[in-house]
Design a binder for this molecule. Sequence first.
Ligand SMILES: *Cc1c(COP(=O)(O)O)cnc(C)c1O
Length: 373
Amino acid sequence: MTRYTGIIEHFRNRLPLAPDAKAISLGEGATPLIKLDKLVRAEGLEAELYVKFEGLNPTGSFKDRGMTMAVTQAVYEGSRAIICASTGNTSAAAAAYAARAGIVAFVLIPEGKIALGKLAQAIVHGAVVIQIRGNFDDGMRLVKEVAKTAPVTIVNSINPYRLQGQKTAAFEIVEALGRAPDFHCIPVGNAGNITAHWIGYSECAGIGTEACLHCQGDCAFLGVASTRKRPRMVGYQAAGSAPFLRGGPVANPETIATAIRIGDPQSWAPAWIVREESDGWFDELEDQEILATQRLLAEKEGVFCEPASAASLSGALRDLHSGKIPAGSTVVCTLTGNGLKDPDIILKDGLRGLVQVDAEQGVVERALLERLA
Ligand SMILES: *Cc1c(COP(=O)(O)O)cnc(C)c1O
């Protein structure tokens, strides 16, 4: 068995890199596809339900798949610095891959509203963290303006190499299931990832797609995993931050799911193409539903994802209950990020279940036996 060294080496023949481009990798990808039989039974549902746990990537989110590509290409082109706007996970990934490459990362983050773990990551990897008095959308606008003149490469998902890297998650799902699922449910912020998955599934099916910005609809079928079918793509947003449900930008997006607190999605047009081509839909969830699903998944299946990630499963469960996703379907939900990024969200509810006792054997034993009764 050869050592796994990340998506670029694993999927090299399906990625648009020059043969002599040296991969900047942290071993991203190859994340587990976890089947949720226990949760499905507890909910009284009938489905083959999986989560693709992208929180197990090196920096704890799917952004690593895109960042290994964007940074590899930036270094290949001779760039000495990268820049991004971020709600947290893009900056964490940019900081780590820039450190690995020995180049500078500038990250623009919104004031407050960033999960502490993500901020710590940007700092520990030595990124230049610029906190702006504004939200993600302001940061994105500034990055585009600054990059017009400054010698920096943008590594937000408007960089086409990002989506090319992220499409590999779809390859892995098709390889694991032996076919595409019936439905793929995914949280939507900028809508880069839903677009990337559609590109990936389409390539597996040997179909070019209008949504593929890089190849302009000329994706070659490159073998390995193949499937004739593509899934219906379902994108879930937080109700306070749901431009795809409102039909246009939202001025002041608000949600506890900070990773999808985005009012002006950068992949607006491609995401609508994905919805159309896949016969999918967009829907929205209240913050309380998202948090309840985050807890449910952690308690019932041992998987701890961040709030934004729980939106996909929360929506899938609701649509399975209503029959919008028919019984018996094979459903994959992307869990975009790791729960450890944002422990505050759990702990601010108090230390639920914590038992405080004297440091004596008898007292501790009694505490155990009471709870086993
Ligand atoms: C970036 C991110 C999203 C949103 O992905 P888009 O490609 O912007 O739609 C969702 N969840 C998490 C945890 C993220 O980091």
